[in-house]
Write a protein that binds this ligand. Structure first.
Ligand code: ME8
Length: 642
């Protein structure tokens, strides 16, 4: 029997059309699914849409549509996008599917029977955008959601609660049981810290809106609907038949849940606790990728700079786009989409290194051997073969831990070996001296590199690799993968087929550049920006502000805040000042330690998220970027800025 492999993408909210962030997550899941299939596994690849909740209800209402009609429309856009991209999911689940809803109710009932659900009163600050409650201390500036920065509302209702607190110890044990459980490993600490901080029971029903799954009969409480995250997370098992016959439950537990870093807590804390309550196995890997920006700026509809993945794929090919996303950004880190960077990858890695190797092979094979090349097993290229085998052997762990950028970098060394072998060997000279056997040997060696490369690259660039395989006269399937990769085999003969270059060099950007979004600013900033000689302050007013140069001695993120860093700054006063600064989205703490900055040194101290701040760091800020104001060269700490 084949090994089973289960990979999931998040199910996307239907309040937004698919963009590069969604494409990135789904493409990574598809890459894993294709690789597993090539390794001969039986694959279940799940994606879909998350259609319930207040956010969707509101989005539908604002368009004058029912949630059902609205959800159907947007859900279709996701399906169309993946179909257009040739992404072959096993199931596209919608949380409005009847079997999903039945499965969610079955889960609620089971948790109830297991004594994990109770009724209680709940009051808290609720963020509709994130569909999450926050405590007073978690809020930013007393009212803003610490995840998305939007205003929260106070919600008081009678709810059913899930006994999350009961699972705290088991969760912590689970995190400690496998160091690769949460990828990248650096994200695990975040989750562990959150669980160690004390897990409060989770409110899992709502009464303030209607668009959701009703409670099962056991609760006999028709006012309530099930919390959207319990509903959504359950998709990973209802898609396999949980609660409705369990036809595909032998695919559980998930080999990989691919998600964005924004929803890690839901997947690494709530989800496993739900599974524990249901007596189901826990996922094997939860992998959280970083956030995409465009040309350094956050993407948003209002800025008009959202990247439509279809446009990029149409302009540059989906394979090149996928290669770029996986090669350019280490998994887990934030990435920036800049067309120039994509074009550089196409012209360099794809056209020059890979495409050219195939061209050179086909050109020489045609000229010297009418495209039929046969090795005679001269003892040549032994060293190069050894190097190639060693590189390939090292690839599997990189792939499994989702270090695609390293995987591709290593794989490219194989193509470099091929190009270098041709340069060093100078087949054109060998042909003049009648050493055609040796030249055939070289070309067979190069063809093998491309064959192995195409198999290893096929999960990421399926179309281009199919084209390489066709030119080499090989098939890409589980059998060839086993022979050429697992068993390290080398093919002795090839009958090649000539083809056009795989990748055309790109001479100019093919899509319009992002609009100049830096020009936008908030209303308040606009009035300052339009400061004229009519609304000026006097020099005496200005002199009241003491701006001083200081050096940042240490910096760390403020827990539970996406925006704040806690800094200690030397202002030449003998001790250090503690300053809370809203620059976390723009600067990594490590990157600014040692930097000199300008500080308002006589600003009245204030508490920000419960932390006392004794000054303010100056920065130039527009809506999308922020740059610290720094002295031009090293300046004594405490020097006044005038
Ligand atoms: O959170 N960069 O749905 P969602 C990178 N329905 N990835 C991005 C991104 C960006 N700029 N924007 C979105 C939900 N994503 C829930 C999930 S799962 C049981 C329920 C990706 O439509 C990223 O993977 O807000 C993120 O986690 C996902 O889209 C969230 O999509």
């Amino acid at each position: 029997m084949k090994d089973k492999f289960f990979v999931t993408s998040p199910i996307y909210y239907v309040n937004d059309v698919p963009h590069i962030g969604h494409a990135y997550t789904t493409i990574i899941a598809a890459v894993l699914a294709r690789e597993a299939a090539l390794r001969g596994k039986e694959v279940f690849f799940l994606t879909g849409t998350d259609e319930h909740g207040q956010k969707i209800e509101q989005a539908a209402a604002s368009r004058g549509e029912t949630p059902a009609v609205y959800a159907e429309k947007i859900s279709a856009k996701f399906r169309e996008m993946w179909d257009y991209f040739g992404i072959k999911y096993t199931r596209f689940i919608r949380t409005t599917d009847a079997d999903h809803k039945a499965g969610v109710q079955a889960a609620f009932e089971k948790m109830w029977q297991n004594g994990d659900i109770y009724k209680g009163e709940f009051e808290g600050h609720y963020c509709v955008s994130c569909e999450a409650f926050w405590t007073d201390t978690q809020l930013m500036d007393g009212e803003l959601c610490p995840d998305c920065g939007k205003a929260t509302t106070i919600l008081k209702e009678e709810n059913y609660f899930f006994k999350l607190s009961k699972y705290q110890d088991r969760l912590l044990e689970w995190y400690a049981s496998d160091e690769n459980l949460i990828l990248p490993k650096s994200r695990k600490n975040e989750v562990v810290r959150f669980a160690q901080g004390g897990l409060q029971d989770l409110s899992i029903t709502r009464t303030t809106f209607e668009w959701g799954v009703k409670l099962p009969a056991i609760a006999s409480d028709p006012k309530h609907i099930i919390y959207v995250w319990l509903d959504a997370l359950m998709n990973y098992v209802t898609a396999l038949g949980y609660g409705t016959g369990g036809k595909n439950m032998d695919f559980w537990a998930a080999d990989y849940h691919i998600i964005g870093k924004d929803i890690l807590r839901f997947h690494a804390v709530y989800w496993p606790a739900f599974l524990m309550s249901l007596n189901l196995a826990l996922p094997k890997r939860i992998a959280a990728h970083g956030w995409w920006t465009r040309d350094g700026a956050k993407m948003s509809k209002s800025k008009g700079n959202v990247i439509n993945p279809r446009e990029v794929a149409d302009a540059y090919s989906l394979d090149a786009f996928s290669y770029f996303m996986l090669r350019d950004v280490p998994f887990g880190q934030d990435g920036d989409f800049a067309q120039k960077a994509l074009v550089d990858r196409i012209n360099g890695d794809l056209a020059n290194d890979l495409g050219n190797l195939l061209n050179r092979l086909l050109g020489m094979a045609e000229k010297y051997f009418a495209l039929a090349i046969k090795a005679v097993n001269l003892p040549r290229f032994g060293e190069e073969k050894k190097q190639t085998d060693a590189i390939i052997e090292g690839l599997a762990p990189l792939f499994e831990s989702l270090q695609f950028h390293r995987y591709l970098e290593e794989l490219w060394r194989v193509f470099t070996i091929g190009n270098k072998a041709i340069n060093d060997f100078k087949p054109w000279e060998k042909m003049k001296t009648g050493d055609s056997d040796q030249v055939a040997e070289l070309l067979v060696f190069v063809a093998n590199l491309l064959a192995k490369g195409a198999i290893l690259l096929a999960p990421i660039m399926p179309s281009k690799c199919a084209a390489i395989a066709a030119a080499l006269g090989i098939a890409i399937n589980a059998e060839t993968r086993k022979n050429l990769i697992e068993q390290g085999g080398w093919i002795a003969n090839f009958t090649l087929t000539k083809r056009d270059p795989l990748f055309a060099r790109v001479e100019a950007l093919l899509l319009p550049e992002a609009p100049n979004i830096a020009a936008e600013s908030s209303v308040a900033e606009k009035s300052l920006a339009s400061a004229t000689l009519q609304n000026c302050v006097s020099i005496d007013d200005f002199a009241k502000v003491a701006i001083k140069v200081g050096t940042i001695l240490s910096a760390k993120k403020v827990e539970k805040s996406a925006k704040l860093l806690l800094l200690s700054v030397d202002l030449g006063e003998g001790g250090a000042r503690q300053i809370v600064s809203g620059i976390s989205e723009f600067y990594e703490p490590e990157a600014i330690v040692g930097a000199q900055v300008c500080v308002i040194a006589n600003l009245k101290p204030a508490k920000i998220m419960g932390i006392e701040s004794e000054g303010m760091i100056l920065a130039a800020k527009d809506k999308n970027s922020l740059k610290l104001i720094r002295p031009e060269s090293l300046t004594e700490n405490g020097t006044l800025v005038k």
